[in-house]
Design a protein around this ligand. Structure first.
Ligand SMILES: [Zn+2]
Length: 429
């Protein structure tokens, strides 16, 4: 059962067709077919081969500028200025709008952090887009090309890793990235248990018959250590996000750890630690993570950089004030992320520095401290507040979605979708 999946629909969502085209194209693929496709690097709807990375879709958040988007991709300030000028001159583009769709190419999982190919696609309508390609100089181009989105279901039991479970069934590693981001508050994806279970319905991007990327997870269930966690995507004009079956937000304001992928705790938060360098009992009011020199360190939440400098035993230190209650500190950094300076606003997941061995240390590691009301707290065990729950006015529509997806998730490998369902599912362009 777990080795089967059905592609249960193929529809054109984002590009050019106001009405959904429902094709009852239920065909069965096997993992061999898909791995062959991957090796051939198919060209996607934007003209790029899949070796550029995994095509990921984003939506412009409030106050998210082109500058922020490009900075996240590691593009320098100077280049961003030139791009902005070029955009204005050659295609008349000035500002990103809130909720505007964009695509980027996330590099295949290197085991350490998120990084992107220097390519940004900004959708201007369902068909028209602007391509910014900084691979070799500055290319700015207005273009149009359809991409299809289809919905797939996957389910599995963790034997060795989520990644292997997905790949062995012919699904993209990108699904795992989406799931680990979406359940980042409930499940420690670095400590999954054998026997943990998952199922999900997600979007897959198709161009000219080839799988070119992974979109959003629409509904998912993850059973970790026998505790089930559910997530349902919901959006309307007022809010969007992932909620549990009761409409409570499942994503919290801060990530559990300042790394995107693998990390290992080398020394826990402990008020009675015997300090290896000073040979005396000194409270260890933070968590040490062992990671290779240069591993990117990410902001655990949105906030303002309140310190970014070399400071004595701390070495290179970055501190972020997230809100009135929470502050985080990152010590012994090898260096700082692009544009990281005191007073700068950062977004969750943004690279703020790199693991190093500056200051008083015995070896390469990151010392990370979460402060609650300026008191260090154990970031690993602390219970963080939830994202906002759904507004009462959205509950009715949301519960219908929950009912529909719960039913679909419960169908195992076989999912049937009616025309009505597709209209609902496909409203996210
Ligand atoms: Zn430490």
């Amino acid at each position: 059962m777990f080795h089967r999946f059905l592609v249960f629909s193929t529809i054109v969502v984002s590009f050019g067709f106001s009405a959904c085209l429902f094709q009852p194209n239920i065909s069965e693929l096997d993992s061999n077919e898909l791995s062959e496709i991957n090796e051939e690097f198919p060209i996607d709807g934007f003209g790029y081969a899949s070796d550029r990375g995994i095509l990921v879709r984003g939506q412009v958040r409030a106050n998210q500028s082109l500058y922020v988007l490009l900075s996240e991709m590691g593009i320098s300030q100077q280049v961003i200025r030139e791009v902005t000028k070029e955009l204005k001159q050659s295609v008349g583009f000035r500002f990103l709008k809130q909720n505007q769709t964009y695509y980027r190419y996330r590099h295949h999982n290197t085991g350490q952090s998120i990084s992107y190919a220097p390519i940004l696609i900004i959708m201007e309508s369902n068909v028209r887009y602007i391509k910014i390609d900084l691979t070799d100089g500055i290319l700015v181009q207005a273009s149009a090309k359809p991409i299809e989105i289809r919905f797939r279901q996957v389910e599995g039991i963790i034997e060795s890793s989520l990644y292997e479970s997905l790949i062995s069934q012919g699904h993209s590693a990108g699904v795992g990235m989406e799931l680990s981001e979406l359940f980042a508050w409930q499940v420690d994806f670095f400590r999954l248990y054998r026997g943990d279970k998952y199922r999900a319905i997600y979007e897959e991007f198709i161009s000219e018959g080839e799988v070119v990327g992974v979109g959003r997870v629409l509904a998912a269930e993850f059973v970790h250590q026998n505790r089930p966690y559910k997530a349902f995507y919901y959006e309307d004009g007022l809010q969007q996000g992932y909620y549990d079956a009761d409409g409570n937000g499942i994503q919290k304001a801060l990530l559990k750890a300042p790394f995107m992928y693998n990390h290992r705790i080398s020394s826990s938060f402990n008020y009675n630690r015997f300090h290896p360098v000073l040979k005396q009992r000194i409270p260890h009011t933070g968590t040490d993570y062992a990671a290779p020199l240069g591993t990117p360190v990410i902001a655990v939440g949105d906030g303002e950089i309140i310190e970014s400098r070399y400071r004595g035993v701390n070495g290179n230190i970055v501190q972020i004030q997230h809100n009135g209650m929470y502050k985080t500190a990152y010590l012994h950094l090898n260096g700082f992320g692009p544009g990281i300076k005191k007073g700068v606003q950062v977004k969750q997941g943004q690279v703020i520095g790199y693991v190093g061995r500056t200051g008083r240390v015995t070896g390469v590691h990151l010392h990370y401290t979460l402060y609650k009301n300026n008191v260090p707290v154990n970031s690993v065990t602390v219970d963080l507040p939830s994202q906002e729950s759904l507004a009462a006015s959205a509950r009715g529509a949301f519960y219908l979605e929950v009912k529909k997806y719960s039913y679909l998730l419960g169908q195992g490998g076989l999912v049937l979708v009616t025309n009505t369902d597709l209209n609902d599912v496909g409203k996210n362009s």
